[in-house]
Write a new protein. Sequence first.
Lengths: 69, 294
Amino acid sequence: MDKEATEALKTRATTLYLTASWPIFQRLCREKLGQSGSARLNELMQKDIDRMLKRDVWGGKWTRKTQKR
Amino acid sequence: MDTENAEAMKTPQPRGRKGIQGRATTIYLTASWPAFQQLCKDRLGVSGSKRLSELMRLDLDHMLGKDASNQATEQRIRESELMVANLILQVKKLKAFLTKLNVYDDLEDLVRDWKLDVETFKNLDSVTEKLINYKIKKSDKFSRDDLQLFVGFLSLVREKVLTARSLDQLRISKINGVTTIPPASPDSTAPVSTAKDAEAVSAASSGAMDQSTGAIKKFLESNLDPSQLETLRATNPKAKEILDGKKSNVDRVDTGTAKTPSKATNKSQSETELENLLESELSEEEEENLGNET
C-alpha cells in the first residue's frame, strides 16, 4: 500500500452538519451492514469522489473528441 | 478545522437549513474529506456536509426500501397467524359443540366413508353435497341441523389447514430471503386493526366456505351482528370479498351446480390424517369447557 492510500485510510474526528436522520442511519448501518455510520459515510464519500473524478476524465475525453470534429 | 466545521461547532443545537432539520455531529472521516469538500464546492456548488447528507439520505432510503418488503412479509405473517389462531378457536368451539350433541363421531365416520381428501380438500364440495343431500335414517343420532353444522365445521377445518399451509410458505420465504413472494391480494394490505376485527374477518372467512343455512347461519350470526357485517363490508375489503364469496357459494349450492367429485385418495392414509386433524383439535377438558360456553 502506498503512502497516499495509507494516509487516506486514517480517520480524524470531523464535525459535520447532518440531517436529523443520522441516528436512524447509524442504527440501520449497524443492523443491516454491520458497520458504523461513519464507516458507511466514508464509503459513500469515496464513491462520490471517484464518480466525480471519473466524470471529469470521461468528460475531458469527450470534449477533446468533439473539439477535434 | 475549516470554516464550515467551526461554524457547525458553534451551533450544536438542531437548526433549520432550507427547511431541513439537522444537527452538528462529530464523525470520523478519512483524509479524503477536504478533497471531497473542495470537489463538492467546485462541481456541485454545495458544501461537503450537505452533499454527505444527501448521500446519507439516499442510502437510508435504499435501506428502508429493502426493509419495506421485509416488513410487508412480516405483516402478512402476523395477519396469517392471527387468522389461523382464530380459525383454530372456532374449529375447537364447533367440534366441542358437536361432541356435546353426541353426533361428532357418527358424522366423522360418515365423512371417512366418503373418503374426504384431507390433504388438499379437493373433494370437499362433493362431500358437502353428499352431506346436504343425505337422507337421515332412523338409526342415525344426528339431525339435519347437525349435518349443516358439520358442513360448516369441515369448511373451517379446510380454511385452517390451507391458511396454515400458506403461513408456512410465507415463513419459508422469509427465511430464504425470497422477495418474490406471490403478490398479496388487495385485501391483505388492509390492516387488521384490532383483535375484534380480526376475529370478525376470520369468522367471515370461515363463513365464505359454508354452503349451509339454518344452524350455520345462526352460528355466524352469533359471532357477527348484521351491523357489524355491514361495517366490515364498508371498511374492510377482505370482509366484503369474503362475504360476497359466501353469497355466491350459497347460490351455487341452491342451483345444484356443485363440482363433480374428484378422485378419492388412499383410504387408510385419508382415515389416519382425518383422524389426526379432527381428533387432535381439542382435549377432553377443553371440549367440556368450550362446549359449555357454546
